[in-house]
Design a binder for this molecule. Sequence first.
Ligand code: CP3
Length: 340
Amino acid sequence: MAKKLLRALAGEAVWPPPMWLMRQAGRYLPEYREVRAQAGGFIDLCTNPPLATEVTLQPLRRYGFDAAILFSDILMLPWALGQGLRFAEGEGPQLPPIRDEAGLAALDPARLPGAIEPILETVRRLSTTVGDATLIGFAGSPFTVACYMVQGSGSKEWDQVRLMAWCNPDLFTRLINLVTEQTIIYLSAQIDAGAEAVMLFDSWAGVLAPSLFRAHVIAPSARIAAAIRTRHPGVPVIGFPRQAGSMLGEFARATGVQGVGIDTSADPVVAAREVPAHVAIQGNLDPLVLVAGGEALARETDAVLAALRGRPFIFNLGHGIVPQTSPEHVAELVARVRAA
Ligand code: CP3
């Protein structure tokens, strides 16, 4: 097993650490903006195998990252289940919200295999072109995907979602179970198409009370990790329970994932204590310090490196790159981590 990122996920303290950046393909790159304009809409780009392959590879050409992450979106799962999805320019995603039995019943798992076919074709194309980089497939975690499905758009508080979880736990649990089952099918298909590791993005895990976090973040993630272990032994799973705070250690122990992403607010020194020594930690430079650059970028990068040296570790940001990031600052970051 030669690839650096897979060695770290197998529990090895690789140094200098393997690195990639969340949202490494995106609007901060002029070559992405060019392809994006050619594709039409964002969903058109996600379902166009030649163009999605091209934008996945763009950041690898520039920076030589250790991982390529499939260019797609966590909301392609509800889209594949037939829930309408729109990315309105400058507004973020919009979906017709699911608030009752009829909304849940309208989801159609029979559509999924056909709908995800162009995404799987992108994975197949990537698997023959990523070279030494590790090809990461991904999905949203069931909770974060359900957030958008129930709320119908982005939100800070996700009040409609948390209210459904408390007021109609049976309906909410059935939604989570459906999304969990479909996510297993979806990730499993990505692995069959050539993904070498998979990541579960749980961007909104941090809004939940501990009992709901156990029920709707830890339990579904554990179920997905167990299913991947059974169907695809040796293919690692990275969980990213963003802003899990005091629940991080329990998440790492109870889900059985091989890697845990930590967000910007996590102290890497504390995370290194709470996450079991054989589980890789991935993170967690503030994406805005990458915008700032200069002395702050150098200092903060060194602090993350120092905190996580000597254990399985994958250098990354604490959340996705923002569009105003200078590509030159990314080059400086890569040089600094490579020289660690
Ligand atoms: O990391 C990568 O390079 C892989 C591709 C990727 C995208 N989205 C591309 C994207 C991944 C892994 C995601 C995950 C995703 N999508 C998450 C979880 C991670 C996180 O950021 O918290 C979430 C919550 C989404 C949902 C989503 N997709 C939102 C809220 C938005 C709009 C916000 C925005 O930046 O415009 C998107 C759109 C999106 N997904 C873009 C990209 C590159 C921007 C689309 C464009 O080009 O206009």
